[in-house]
Design a protein around this ligand. Sequence first.
Ligand code: SF4
Length: 673
Amino acid sequence: MKKLSHGCTLDCFDCCKFNIYVDKNEIVKIQGDKEHPYTKGFICKKGLAHLDRLKHRERIYSPMIKINGEWKEISFDEALNIMAEKLKYYKNKYSSKSILYYEQYGNGALLKSMGDLFFNFYGGVSKSKGGPCWSAGIKAQTYNFGDVKSHSLDDMINSKTIFVWGKNPAFTTIHTMQSIKKAKSNGSKIVVIDPIYTKTAEMADKYVRIKPNGDGALALAMGKIIIDKNLYDRNYIKSYVNGFEDYKNYVESLNLEDLIEICGVSKDDIEELVMLYTNKYSTILLGYGMQKYKNGGNTISLVDILGAITGQIGFAGGGINYANKVYPNVIDSDPYNSEKSCENRFFYVSHMADFINDSLLGRDFYDDDKVYLKDASLDKESKKYNTPIKMSVITKSNLLNQLANLNNLNDAFSKVEFKVCFDMFMTDTAKECDLFIPTTSTLESEDLIYSSMTSPYIIYNEKAVEPKNELMDEYEFFKELAKRVKLDNYPYVDKQEYLSKVIEPLKKFNDEVDIEYLKNNYFTIHKPVAWEDKKFKTASGKFEIFFNESLYLENNNKKDNKLSFKLLTCHSRDTLSSQHMMDEDGISVAYINEEMARKLSFNEEKIVTLRNHNGEIRVNLKIDNSVADFIVLMYVGWWTKHGNPNYLTDSGVSDIGGQVTYNETEVEIDFAV
Ligand code: SF4
């Protein structure tokens, strides 16, 4: 029996390392690597499910073309020819920008992204900016710090208090949870701030229930008290922080009672949070839900500022941990300079439907950075391409499940003449396409993976088994497609050569590093304390304070409509986005608390309709007192057949970073049968 090394390619904080035991091209078991410094031997059931998905009865092994609404199996050769002909035709007739290429992180491995490289050599296409996951927070931290870094999980042992703010690691990052538990048993206090009494909150020393989108107000209230009580660190601010006086003036102008009303946290609780936080050193772990609002970037910055003004950035036990971009700026992710060969145009993910519709009607306008302007006025005639979207290619994404306002998006997507989807299964997105390209499982591909969220280790994935049926993975498919489209500069090299170029810059950290080294060693370049040298990567070299007063006030002035509920869509323990939900029976489940149920004269589980201006879905409504008042909680991942909350979600764009504003969604509950 062979033991092979592999890492989990799901888009998860943990990027676990496991060993695969293989006998005669059959995987006997997958087991968390006990020796790995991050994984420490345990992985979650989603990681173990790579094996179920590999052998799943509904796995598709043959390319298929849709003819008169019916799928027909074809060979890879035919699929390549069809796709190559379409790409040549649309490029000649409308330009390469008539292709919409969309990818996400359904698989986080490097070679699964060859579509991106292909379309750069093709000449550039229409592609998205911003995203459904974390982009407002990434932009905010980049403004504040100049980059996005986190402390190692082990450093939490040095924290007097650990603030878990809008994050539920018990469900979403099990190794973070282990480190929190370890720090707690070593004497650290755990504070959980969340509108939901989560599984993580159950083990906290203090749980603070906050109103949805009250996080910015809470951060401002804490900042105001810190300044009123002279708890800020003058020396640190003088040396390392820009913009403090403006911030001080701003928070001093705010009324604490107003902030308390917006965040829903009592004055006593806020004072206790300040007392705990300013007892150095304390750390904050930030979740991604709190930035899925119109003011999402502002919110993350307001929390970052707390760390800066109290002098807790760059010290063991401190830090504001949002994400951990260890490798993107170090490795060579474009070793053949494909970006020099292209000119793309862009649209925000949230605007995809409008972008497609407007491009087809010739009503699409663009800013100087070639980004589509939704609701642009017609006097911007000069910034036009006159290129309709005629073809779309989707890899690593179930976008007609995961993006917001799906009725709108489905309608626009259906107007695109020719649509191609790469996947292992007939997803909600694949069903709506014209050509289906079956992909390999991670277990059938060699590759390289790393996470930019928490785990700092880079992992080489050995190919564990040959696919049962003949399959081309994305690397080979796009290489062959490039030949047929006649892309001269495309790198027609093998995978090892390509990956070796990608990791070449790591040699400056350790000159032994190559594929073989990564296969046999645990490798990271991460330092346990972020910004220890206090040399921030901003233009000034200092932490840059920024806040958006007007945006915040606009949010404050929103009228509270007591008839409607805020729909929060959170990540569950059991599925990574939509990937593990296809076998689920029945209809989707939503939760409200007992008090809300009493107001609605509802006393047991019932099938109801959730409705708003975007659409409606049927759900099984249950009572759960972990949910705060006026919230309907649903978990992410339900398919269309179950009742997907994304038929209701808001497709706005955050203040910065182009984040989809899912959590702005309001719904009404209709009990009529
Ligand atoms: S989903 Fe996350 S926690 Fe689970 S095995 Fe994969 S990387 Fe590890």
